[in-house]
Design a protein around this ligand. Structure first.
Ligand code: NAD
Length: 479
Protein backbone atom coordinates (compact mmCIF):
# COMPACT_ATOMS: atom_id res chain seq x y z
CA UNK A 1 0.00 0.00 0.00
CA UNK A 2 1.34 3.44 -0.91
CA UNK A 3 2.43 6.08 1.59
CA UNK A 4 -0.53 7.74 3.28
CA UNK A 5 -0.80 11.53 3.41
CA UNK A 6 -2.43 14.12 5.66
CA UNK A 7 -5.54 15.94 4.46
CA UNK A 8 -5.18 19.69 4.94
CA UNK A 9 -7.34 22.29 3.21
CA UNK A 10 -8.68 19.65 0.85
CA UNK A 11 -5.19 18.60 -0.29
CA UNK A 12 -3.31 15.39 0.42
CA UNK A 13 0.11 16.35 1.75
CA UNK A 14 3.19 14.91 3.43
CA UNK A 15 4.33 16.11 6.87
CA UNK A 16 6.24 19.40 6.78
CA UNK A 17 9.24 17.53 8.21
CA UNK A 18 9.05 14.92 5.45
CA UNK A 19 9.23 12.26 8.17
CA UNK A 20 7.05 9.16 8.24
CA UNK A 21 5.85 6.44 10.61
CA UNK A 22 5.49 2.75 9.79
CA UNK A 23 2.06 1.12 9.76
CA UNK A 24 2.03 -2.49 11.02
CA UNK A 25 -0.54 -5.20 10.49
CA UNK A 26 -1.22 -6.47 14.05
CA UNK A 27 -2.17 -9.90 12.70
CA UNK A 28 1.39 -10.63 11.47
CA UNK A 29 3.50 -7.71 12.69
CA UNK A 30 4.54 -6.78 9.12
CA UNK A 31 4.86 -3.19 7.87
CA UNK A 32 2.41 -2.49 5.05
CA UNK A 33 2.13 1.30 4.76
CA UNK A 34 3.51 4.57 6.08
CA UNK A 35 1.99 7.68 7.63
CA UNK A 36 3.15 11.28 7.83
CA UNK A 37 4.86 12.03 11.14
CA UNK A 38 3.35 15.48 11.54
CA UNK A 39 4.38 18.15 14.01
CA UNK A 40 3.22 21.59 15.13
CA UNK A 41 3.72 23.06 11.63
CA UNK A 42 1.21 20.67 10.10
CA UNK A 43 -1.22 21.26 12.96
CA UNK A 44 -0.91 25.04 12.43
CA UNK A 45 -1.69 24.64 8.73
CA UNK A 46 -4.71 22.43 9.49
CA UNK A 47 -6.13 24.79 12.12
CA UNK A 48 -5.66 27.77 9.78
CA UNK A 49 -7.46 25.89 6.98
CA UNK A 50 -10.32 25.00 9.34
CA UNK A 51 -10.58 28.63 10.47
CA UNK A 52 -10.87 29.78 6.83
CA UNK A 53 -13.53 27.16 6.14
CA UNK A 54 -15.45 28.21 9.24
CA UNK A 55 -15.46 31.83 8.04
CA UNK A 56 -16.02 30.69 4.45
CA UNK A 57 -18.40 28.40 2.54
CA UNK A 58 -18.81 25.82 5.32
CA UNK A 59 -19.61 28.44 7.94
CA UNK A 60 -22.16 30.01 5.57
CA UNK A 61 -23.87 26.70 4.67
CA UNK A 62 -27.39 26.33 6.04
CA UNK A 63 -28.11 23.54 8.49
CA UNK A 64 -30.06 21.72 5.77
CA UNK A 65 -27.09 21.94 3.38
CA UNK A 66 -24.76 20.62 6.05
CA UNK A 67 -27.14 17.75 6.73
CA UNK A 68 -27.27 16.85 3.03
CA UNK A 69 -23.46 16.65 2.80
CA UNK A 70 -23.33 14.33 5.80
CA UNK A 71 -26.14 12.17 4.44
CA UNK A 72 -24.28 11.85 1.12
CA UNK A 73 -21.15 10.88 3.06
CA UNK A 74 -23.10 8.17 4.90
CA UNK A 75 -24.25 6.77 1.55
CA UNK A 76 -20.69 6.83 0.16
CA UNK A 77 -19.39 4.98 3.24
CA UNK A 78 -22.01 2.29 2.69
CA UNK A 79 -21.09 2.14 -1.02
CA UNK A 80 -17.44 1.46 -0.04
CA UNK A 81 -18.40 -0.66 2.97
CA UNK A 82 -16.41 -3.82 2.24
CA UNK A 83 -13.21 -1.98 1.21
CA UNK A 84 -13.37 0.15 4.36
CA UNK A 85 -14.04 -2.89 6.55
CA UNK A 86 -11.01 -4.74 5.11
CA UNK A 87 -8.86 -1.68 5.65
CA UNK A 88 -10.04 -1.37 9.27
CA UNK A 89 -9.45 -5.10 9.81
CA UNK A 90 -5.88 -4.90 8.48
CA UNK A 91 -5.01 -1.68 10.29
CA UNK A 92 -6.35 -2.69 13.72
CA UNK A 93 -6.31 -6.52 13.54
CA UNK A 94 -9.96 -6.73 14.61
CA UNK A 95 -12.01 -9.66 13.26
CA UNK A 96 -13.52 -8.78 9.90
CA UNK A 97 -17.11 -9.10 11.17
CA UNK A 98 -16.35 -6.50 13.86
CA UNK A 99 -14.74 -4.23 11.27
CA UNK A 100 -17.86 -4.52 9.12
CA UNK A 101 -20.06 -3.61 12.10
CA UNK A 102 -17.81 -0.63 12.83
CA UNK A 103 -18.09 0.72 9.27
CA UNK A 104 -21.87 0.31 9.39
CA UNK A 105 -21.88 2.25 12.68
CA UNK A 106 -19.65 4.95 11.19
CA UNK A 107 -22.08 5.42 8.30
CA UNK A 108 -24.96 5.50 10.77
CA UNK A 109 -23.31 8.37 12.70
CA UNK A 110 -23.18 10.50 9.56
CA UNK A 111 -26.74 9.46 8.67
CA UNK A 112 -27.98 10.29 12.18
CA UNK A 113 -26.19 13.64 12.43
CA UNK A 114 -27.02 14.48 8.81
CA UNK A 115 -30.69 14.09 9.67
CA UNK A 116 -30.32 15.97 12.94
CA UNK A 117 -28.44 19.01 11.58
CA UNK A 118 -31.53 21.11 10.90
CA UNK A 119 -33.47 19.93 13.96
CA UNK A 120 -31.07 21.56 16.40
CA UNK A 121 -32.21 24.96 17.61
CA UNK A 122 -31.98 27.39 20.48
CA UNK A 123 -34.79 28.81 22.60
CA UNK A 124 -36.74 31.92 23.48
CA UNK A 125 -36.58 32.93 27.15
CA UNK A 126 -39.36 34.88 28.99
CA UNK A 127 -37.74 38.01 30.49
CA UNK A 128 -38.57 41.60 31.38
CA UNK A 129 -41.64 43.40 29.98
CA UNK A 130 -41.03 44.89 26.54
CA UNK A 131 -38.16 42.57 25.75
CA UNK A 132 -37.43 39.47 23.72
CA UNK A 133 -34.61 37.17 24.60
CA UNK A 134 -33.36 34.41 22.36
CA UNK A 135 -30.61 31.93 23.08
CA UNK A 136 -29.00 30.94 19.80
CA UNK A 137 -27.30 27.59 19.56
CA UNK A 138 -24.10 28.28 17.64
CA UNK A 139 -21.11 26.12 16.70
CA UNK A 140 -17.93 26.47 18.75
CA UNK A 141 -15.90 27.28 15.62
CA UNK A 142 -12.81 25.15 15.03
CA UNK A 143 -12.93 21.85 16.90
CA UNK A 144 -10.02 19.50 17.58
CA UNK A 145 -10.62 15.75 17.71
CA UNK A 146 -8.03 13.39 19.19
CA UNK A 147 -9.09 9.79 18.75
CA UNK A 148 -7.72 6.38 19.82
CA UNK A 149 -6.88 3.28 17.80
CA UNK A 150 -9.47 0.84 19.10
CA UNK A 151 -12.49 2.00 17.07
CA UNK A 152 -11.01 4.54 14.63
CA UNK A 153 -13.89 4.60 12.13
CA UNK A 154 -16.63 4.59 14.76
CA UNK A 155 -15.09 7.26 16.97
CA UNK A 156 -14.24 9.39 13.96
CA UNK A 157 -17.91 9.19 12.91
CA UNK A 158 -19.37 9.97 16.30
CA UNK A 159 -17.08 12.91 16.99
CA UNK A 160 -16.69 14.52 13.58
CA UNK A 161 -20.30 13.72 12.58
CA UNK A 162 -21.68 15.72 15.49
CA UNK A 163 -19.19 18.56 15.11
CA UNK A 164 -19.78 19.04 11.37
CA UNK A 165 -23.55 18.78 11.70
CA UNK A 166 -23.45 21.61 14.25
CA UNK A 167 -21.45 23.75 11.80
CA UNK A 168 -17.92 23.48 13.17
CA UNK A 169 -14.79 22.98 11.06
CA UNK A 170 -12.64 20.10 12.32
CA UNK A 171 -9.03 19.11 12.77
CA UNK A 172 -8.59 15.41 13.58
CA UNK A 173 -5.53 13.71 15.04
CA UNK A 174 -6.16 9.96 14.71
CA UNK A 175 -4.04 7.50 16.70
CA UNK A 176 -0.65 6.66 15.18
CA UNK A 177 -1.69 2.99 15.14
CA UNK A 178 -4.94 3.50 13.23
CA UNK A 179 -5.23 6.36 10.74
CA UNK A 180 -6.26 4.57 7.58
CA UNK A 181 -10.06 4.58 7.73
CA UNK A 182 -10.31 8.19 9.00
CA UNK A 183 -8.12 9.26 6.04
CA UNK A 184 -10.19 7.28 3.54
CA UNK A 185 -13.51 8.53 4.94
CA UNK A 186 -12.26 12.13 4.94
CA UNK A 187 -11.49 11.73 1.20
CA UNK A 188 -15.06 10.47 0.72
CA UNK A 189 -16.32 13.55 2.58
CA UNK A 190 -14.78 15.79 -0.11
CA UNK A 191 -16.52 13.66 -2.71
CA UNK A 192 -19.78 14.17 -0.78
CA UNK A 193 -19.38 17.94 -1.22
CA UNK A 194 -17.72 18.99 2.03
CA UNK A 195 -15.77 22.19 1.26
CA UNK A 196 -11.97 22.11 1.52
CA UNK A 197 -10.74 22.88 5.04
CA UNK A 198 -13.95 21.89 6.83
CA UNK A 199 -12.33 18.56 7.77
CA UNK A 200 -8.58 18.19 8.14
CA UNK A 201 -6.65 15.09 9.22
CA UNK A 202 -3.18 15.33 10.71
CA UNK A 203 -1.44 12.02 11.42
CA UNK A 204 1.43 11.65 13.83
CA UNK A 205 2.53 10.82 17.33
CA UNK A 206 0.52 11.87 20.36
CA UNK A 207 3.41 13.70 21.97
CA UNK A 208 4.08 15.64 18.76
CA UNK A 209 0.98 16.25 16.62
CA UNK A 210 -1.50 15.44 19.42
CA UNK A 211 0.14 17.71 21.98
CA UNK A 212 0.42 20.51 19.39
CA UNK A 213 -3.31 20.25 18.66
CA UNK A 214 -4.32 20.14 22.35
CA UNK A 215 -2.28 23.28 23.05
CA UNK A 216 -3.27 25.19 19.91
CA UNK A 217 -4.39 28.73 20.73
CA UNK A 218 -6.78 29.03 17.78
CA UNK A 219 -9.05 26.10 18.63
CA UNK A 220 -12.49 26.57 20.18
CA UNK A 221 -13.19 23.07 21.52
CA UNK A 222 -11.45 19.73 21.94
CA UNK A 223 -13.00 16.32 21.93
CA UNK A 224 -10.58 13.75 23.32
CA UNK A 225 -11.15 10.00 23.42
CA UNK A 226 -8.39 7.89 24.93
CA UNK A 227 -6.70 6.97 28.16
CA UNK A 228 -7.25 8.76 31.46
CA UNK A 229 -3.58 9.80 31.68
CA UNK A 230 -3.55 11.40 28.23
CA UNK A 231 -6.93 12.97 28.96
CA UNK A 232 -5.38 14.79 31.91
CA UNK A 233 -2.55 16.09 29.69
CA UNK A 234 -5.01 17.25 27.02
CA UNK A 235 -7.30 18.97 29.54
CA UNK A 236 -4.30 20.72 31.14
CA UNK A 237 -3.06 21.96 27.76
CA UNK A 238 -6.55 23.12 26.80
CA UNK A 239 -7.00 24.91 30.13
CA UNK A 240 -4.23 27.35 29.20
CA UNK A 241 -6.43 28.53 26.32
CA UNK A 242 -9.66 28.17 28.36
CA UNK A 243 -11.05 25.68 25.88
CA UNK A 244 -14.07 23.51 26.62
CA UNK A 245 -13.08 19.84 26.48
CA UNK A 246 -15.00 16.61 26.22
CA UNK A 247 -13.14 13.69 27.77
CA UNK A 248 -14.19 10.16 26.80
CA UNK A 249 -11.83 7.98 28.83
CA UNK A 250 -11.48 4.43 30.02
CA UNK A 251 -13.58 2.05 32.08
CA UNK A 252 -13.69 -1.07 34.25
CA UNK A 253 -17.27 -1.95 33.47
CA UNK A 254 -19.07 -4.51 35.67
CA UNK A 255 -21.65 -7.12 34.71
CA UNK A 256 -23.84 -7.93 37.77
CA UNK A 257 -25.28 -11.44 37.64
CA UNK A 258 -28.00 -12.13 40.22
CA UNK A 259 -29.23 -15.65 41.03
CA UNK A 260 -32.53 -15.07 39.22
CA UNK A 261 -30.85 -13.95 35.96
CA UNK A 262 -31.59 -15.73 32.70
CA UNK A 263 -28.12 -17.22 32.29
CA UNK A 264 -28.79 -18.55 28.79
CA UNK A 265 -29.40 -14.98 27.74
CA UNK A 266 -26.69 -13.38 29.88
CA UNK A 267 -23.61 -15.57 29.50
CA UNK A 268 -23.00 -15.20 25.74
CA UNK A 269 -23.32 -11.43 26.19
CA UNK A 270 -20.96 -11.42 29.20
CA UNK A 271 -18.32 -13.29 27.14
CA UNK A 272 -18.74 -11.09 24.08
CA UNK A 273 -18.50 -7.93 26.21
CA UNK A 274 -14.89 -8.74 27.06
CA UNK A 275 -13.79 -10.59 23.93
CA UNK A 276 -15.12 -8.02 21.46
CA UNK A 277 -12.17 -6.23 19.85
CA UNK A 278 -9.83 -8.37 22.01
CA UNK A 279 -10.99 -6.49 25.11
CA UNK A 280 -9.68 -3.21 23.68
CA UNK A 281 -12.96 -1.43 24.22
CA UNK A 282 -13.46 1.45 26.65
CA UNK A 283 -16.76 -0.13 27.68
CA UNK A 284 -15.41 -3.71 27.76
CA UNK A 285 -17.25 -5.73 30.41
CA UNK A 286 -14.01 -6.57 32.19
CA UNK A 287 -15.56 -7.54 35.56
CA UNK A 288 -18.28 -10.13 36.19
CA UNK A 289 -19.89 -9.92 39.64
CA UNK A 290 -21.68 -13.16 40.51
CA UNK A 291 -24.15 -13.81 43.34
CA UNK A 292 -22.65 -16.49 45.61
CA UNK A 293 -25.40 -19.13 45.11
CA UNK A 294 -24.78 -19.33 41.33
CA UNK A 295 -21.01 -18.74 41.38
CA UNK A 296 -19.96 -22.37 40.73
CA UNK A 297 -22.47 -22.86 37.91
CA UNK A 298 -21.64 -19.56 36.23
CA UNK A 299 -17.89 -20.16 36.40
CA UNK A 300 -18.26 -23.63 34.94
CA UNK A 301 -20.36 -22.32 32.05
CA UNK A 302 -18.11 -19.31 31.45
CA UNK A 303 -14.99 -21.50 31.53
CA UNK A 304 -16.46 -23.79 28.87
CA UNK A 305 -17.20 -20.79 26.66
CA UNK A 306 -13.74 -19.28 27.15
CA UNK A 307 -11.99 -22.55 26.37
CA UNK A 308 -13.87 -22.74 23.07
CA UNK A 309 -12.96 -19.22 21.89
CA UNK A 310 -10.77 -19.04 18.78
CA UNK A 311 -8.01 -16.45 18.40
CA UNK A 312 -6.23 -15.65 15.15
CA UNK A 313 -5.76 -13.14 12.32
CA UNK A 314 -8.47 -10.51 11.90
CA UNK A 315 -9.17 -11.57 8.30
CA UNK A 316 -10.16 -15.07 9.48
CA UNK A 317 -13.12 -13.61 11.37
CA UNK A 318 -12.65 -15.68 14.53
CA UNK A 319 -13.80 -14.73 18.04
CA UNK A 320 -10.70 -12.77 18.94
CA UNK A 321 -8.01 -11.01 16.92
CA UNK A 322 -4.58 -9.73 17.97
CA UNK A 323 -3.95 -6.75 20.24
CA UNK A 324 -3.00 -3.55 18.46
CA UNK A 325 0.79 -3.59 18.91
CA UNK A 326 3.73 -5.14 20.75
CA UNK A 327 3.61 -2.50 23.51
CA UNK A 328 -0.04 -3.28 24.32
CA UNK A 329 0.68 -7.01 24.26
CA UNK A 330 3.62 -6.50 26.62
CA UNK A 331 1.46 -4.40 28.95
CA UNK A 332 -1.33 -7.00 29.16
CA UNK A 333 1.15 -9.86 29.62
CA UNK A 334 2.99 -7.99 32.37
CA UNK A 335 -0.23 -7.21 34.27
CA UNK A 336 -1.46 -10.79 33.98
CA UNK A 337 1.92 -12.26 34.96
CA UNK A 338 2.02 -10.00 38.02
CA UNK A 339 -1.51 -11.14 38.92
CA UNK A 340 -0.59 -14.81 38.55
CA UNK A 341 2.50 -14.25 40.69
CA UNK A 342 0.13 -12.81 43.31
CA UNK A 343 -1.80 -16.10 43.22
CA UNK A 344 -4.79 -15.15 41.04
CA UNK A 345 -6.69 -18.23 39.93
CA UNK A 346 -7.02 -19.05 36.21
CA UNK A 347 -10.47 -20.49 35.52
CA UNK A 348 -9.99 -20.85 31.75
CA UNK A 349 -7.61 -19.82 29.00
CA UNK A 350 -8.37 -19.92 25.29
CA UNK A 351 -5.75 -21.14 22.84
CA UNK A 352 -4.19 -19.53 19.77
CA UNK A 353 -4.92 -21.04 16.35
CA UNK A 354 -1.98 -23.17 15.25
CA UNK A 355 -1.57 -21.25 11.97
CA UNK A 356 -1.62 -17.74 13.52
CA UNK A 357 1.46 -15.83 12.24
CA UNK A 358 4.28 -15.82 14.80
CA UNK A 359 4.78 -12.05 14.46
CA UNK A 360 1.17 -11.20 15.42
CA UNK A 361 0.31 -9.60 18.77
CA UNK A 362 -1.95 -12.31 20.18
CA UNK A 363 -3.23 -12.76 23.72
CA UNK A 364 -5.95 -15.46 23.82
CA UNK A 365 -8.86 -14.70 26.20
CA UNK A 366 -8.35 -15.45 29.88
CA UNK A 367 -10.86 -15.93 32.71
CA UNK A 368 -9.72 -15.28 36.29
CA UNK A 369 -11.75 -16.26 39.36
CA UNK A 370 -12.05 -14.76 42.85
CA UNK A 371 -9.96 -11.70 42.08
CA UNK A 372 -9.53 -9.60 45.24
CA UNK A 373 -11.44 -6.32 44.64
CA UNK A 374 -8.41 -4.20 45.52
CA UNK A 375 -6.05 -6.03 43.14
CA UNK A 376 -4.66 -4.09 40.15
CA UNK A 377 -6.50 -6.45 37.77
CA UNK A 378 -9.76 -5.54 39.51
CA UNK A 379 -9.03 -1.82 39.49
CA UNK A 380 -7.08 -0.92 36.35
CA UNK A 381 -8.02 -1.02 32.70
CA UNK A 382 -6.04 -3.86 31.05
CA UNK A 383 -7.34 -3.31 27.55
CA UNK A 384 -7.05 -7.00 26.74
CA UNK A 385 -9.44 -10.01 26.69
CA UNK A 386 -9.16 -10.74 30.42
CA UNK A 387 -12.33 -11.21 32.47
CA UNK A 388 -12.07 -10.95 36.26
CA UNK A 389 -14.78 -12.73 38.30
CA UNK A 390 -15.95 -11.77 41.83
CA UNK A 391 -18.55 -13.08 44.25
CA UNK A 392 -21.12 -11.00 46.14
CA UNK A 393 -23.86 -11.50 48.72
CA UNK A 394 -26.93 -9.35 48.10
CA UNK A 395 -27.75 -6.19 46.25
CA UNK A 396 -25.89 -3.69 48.44
CA UNK A 397 -22.61 -5.54 48.16
CA UNK A 398 -23.09 -5.93 44.39
CA UNK A 399 -23.58 -2.19 43.89
CA UNK A 400 -20.67 -1.33 46.21
CA UNK A 401 -18.41 -3.72 44.28
CA UNK A 402 -19.62 -2.30 40.97
CA UNK A 403 -18.76 1.22 42.17
CA UNK A 404 -15.46 0.21 43.73
CA UNK A 405 -13.10 1.34 40.96
CA UNK A 406 -11.98 4.79 39.82
CA UNK A 407 -14.08 4.43 36.64
CA UNK A 408 -17.76 4.91 35.84
CA UNK A 409 -18.43 4.35 32.15
CA UNK A 410 -20.98 1.55 31.67
CA UNK A 411 -22.50 -1.40 33.55
CA UNK A 412 -25.01 -4.20 33.12
CA UNK A 413 -27.48 -5.68 35.61
CA UNK A 414 -28.87 -9.16 34.96
CA UNK A 415 -31.95 -10.00 37.08
CA UNK A 416 -35.64 -10.72 36.56
CA UNK A 417 -36.62 -8.66 39.64
CA UNK A 418 -38.00 -5.34 38.38
CA UNK A 419 -37.45 -3.44 41.61
CA UNK A 420 -33.85 -4.63 41.84
CA UNK A 421 -33.23 -3.69 38.23
CA UNK A 422 -34.08 -0.07 38.99
CA UNK A 423 -32.45 0.09 42.42
CA UNK A 424 -29.17 -1.17 40.96
CA UNK A 425 -29.43 1.07 37.91
CA UNK A 426 -29.91 4.10 40.19
CA UNK A 427 -27.13 3.00 42.55
CA UNK A 428 -24.44 2.32 39.98
CA UNK A 429 -22.21 5.29 39.16
CA UNK A 430 -21.89 5.02 35.38
CA UNK A 431 -22.84 7.00 32.30
CA UNK A 432 -24.85 4.06 30.92
CA UNK A 433 -26.51 1.14 32.75
CA UNK A 434 -27.99 -1.72 30.74
CA UNK A 435 -30.59 -4.07 32.23
CA UNK A 436 -30.71 -7.62 30.84
CA UNK A 437 -28.69 -6.57 27.80
CA UNK A 438 -25.36 -4.99 27.07
CA UNK A 439 -23.97 -3.09 24.13
CA UNK A 440 -20.49 -1.74 24.67
CA UNK A 441 -21.32 1.94 24.52
CA UNK A 442 -24.78 1.21 23.17
CA UNK A 443 -26.15 2.53 19.90
CA UNK A 444 -25.62 5.79 18.10
CA UNK A 445 -28.87 7.12 19.58
CA UNK A 446 -27.83 6.69 23.24
CA UNK A 447 -25.93 9.47 25.06
CA UNK A 448 -22.51 8.11 25.96
CA UNK A 449 -19.80 9.25 28.35
CA UNK A 450 -18.38 8.73 31.78
CA UNK A 451 -18.64 9.56 35.44
CA UNK A 452 -15.65 9.72 37.81
CA UNK A 453 -12.35 9.00 35.99
CA UNK A 454 -14.16 7.84 32.85
CA UNK A 455 -14.44 11.48 31.83
CA UNK A 456 -17.04 14.16 31.27
CA UNK A 457 -19.26 15.46 28.52
CA UNK A 458 -21.38 13.27 26.28
CA UNK A 459 -21.04 12.12 22.69
CA UNK A 460 -23.48 10.14 20.53
CA UNK A 461 -27.20 10.93 20.34
CA UNK A 462 -28.67 14.44 20.16
CA UNK A 463 -26.82 15.30 23.35
CA UNK A 464 -23.55 14.82 21.48
CA UNK A 465 -24.69 17.35 18.88
CA UNK A 466 -25.50 19.91 21.57
CA UNK A 467 -22.01 19.39 22.99
CA UNK A 468 -20.54 20.71 19.76
CA UNK A 469 -22.40 24.00 20.20
CA UNK A 470 -22.49 26.83 22.67
CA UNK A 471 -25.27 29.30 23.51
CA UNK A 472 -25.30 32.95 22.53
CA UNK A 473 -27.98 34.97 24.31
CA UNK A 474 -29.45 37.97 22.54
CA UNK A 475 -31.56 40.27 24.76
CA UNK A 476 -33.63 42.87 22.90
CA UNK A 477 -35.49 45.67 24.63
CA UNK A 478 -38.22 46.91 22.27
CA UNK A 479 -40.78 48.54 24.58
P1 NAD B 1 -4.09 7.20 24.33
O1 NAD B 1 -4.56 8.11 25.39
O2 NAD B 1 -2.71 6.66 24.41
O3 NAD B 1 -4.17 7.90 22.90
C1 NAD B 1 -5.36 8.49 22.42
C2 NAD B 1 -5.00 9.56 21.43
O4 NAD B 1 -4.28 10.59 22.10
C3 NAD B 1 -4.09 9.09 20.28
O5 NAD B 1 -4.47 9.75 19.10
C4 NAD B 1 -2.72 9.57 20.73
O6 NAD B 1 -1.83 9.80 19.66
C5 NAD B 1 -3.08 10.88 21.41
N1 NAD B 1 -2.10 11.35 22.39
C6 NAD B 1 -1.20 10.65 23.11
N2 NAD B 1 -0.47 11.46 23.90
C7 NAD B 1 -0.94 12.72 23.69
C8 NAD B 1 -0.63 14.00 24.24
N3 NAD B 1 0.33 14.14 25.15
N4 NAD B 1 -1.34 15.06 23.82
C9 NAD B 1 -2.31 14.93 22.92
N5 NAD B 1 -2.65 13.75 22.35
C10 NAD B 1 -1.98 12.65 22.74
O7 NAD B 1 -5.18 6.06 24.24
P2 NAD B 1 -5.15 4.78 23.33
O8 NAD B 1 -4.18 3.82 23.91
O9 NAD B 1 -5.01 5.17 21.89
O10 NAD B 1 -6.66 4.24 23.50
C11 NAD B 1 -7.03 3.43 24.54
C12 NAD B 1 -7.72 4.24 25.62
O11 NAD B 1 -8.81 4.95 25.06
C13 NAD B 1 -8.32 3.36 26.69
O12 NAD B 1 -8.09 3.93 27.94
C14 NAD B 1 -9.80 3.38 26.35
O13 NAD B 1 -10.66 3.09 27.42
C15 NAD B 1 -9.99 4.76 25.85
N6 NAD B 1 -11.19 4.87 25.03
C16 NAD B 1 -12.28 5.56 25.53
C17 NAD B 1 -13.45 5.62 24.77
C18 NAD B 1 -14.66 6.36 25.26
O14 NAD B 1 -15.48 6.72 24.44
N7 NAD B 1 -14.82 6.58 26.56
C19 NAD B 1 -13.51 5.00 23.52
C20 NAD B 1 -12.40 4.32 23.06
C21 NAD B 1 -11.23 4.27 23.83
Amino acid sequence: MQAQLNLIDGEACAAASGRTLEVLDPSDGQVFASLPRSDARDVDAAVAAARRAFHGPWGRATATERGRVLSRLAALILEHHEDLARLECRDTGKPIQQARADITACARYFEYYGGAADKLHGEQIPYAAGSTVIALRVPHGVTGHIIPWNYPAQIFGRSVGGALAAGNACVVKPAEDACLTPLRIAALALQAGLPAGALNIVCGLGIEAGAALAAHPDLNHISFTGSAATGTAVAQAAAVNHLPVTLELGGKSPQLLFADADLDQALPVVVNAIVQNAGQTCAAGSRVLIERSIHAEVMERLAARFAALRTGPGAQGLDCGPLINARQLGRVRAMVDAGLADGLKVAARATLEADAPAGGFYFPPLLLDQVPPAHAIAQQELFGPVLAAFTFDGEDEAVALANGTPYGLTAAVWTRDGGRQLRCAHGIEAGQVFVNNYGAGGGIELPFGGMKHSGYGREKAFEGLRGFTTLKTIAISHG
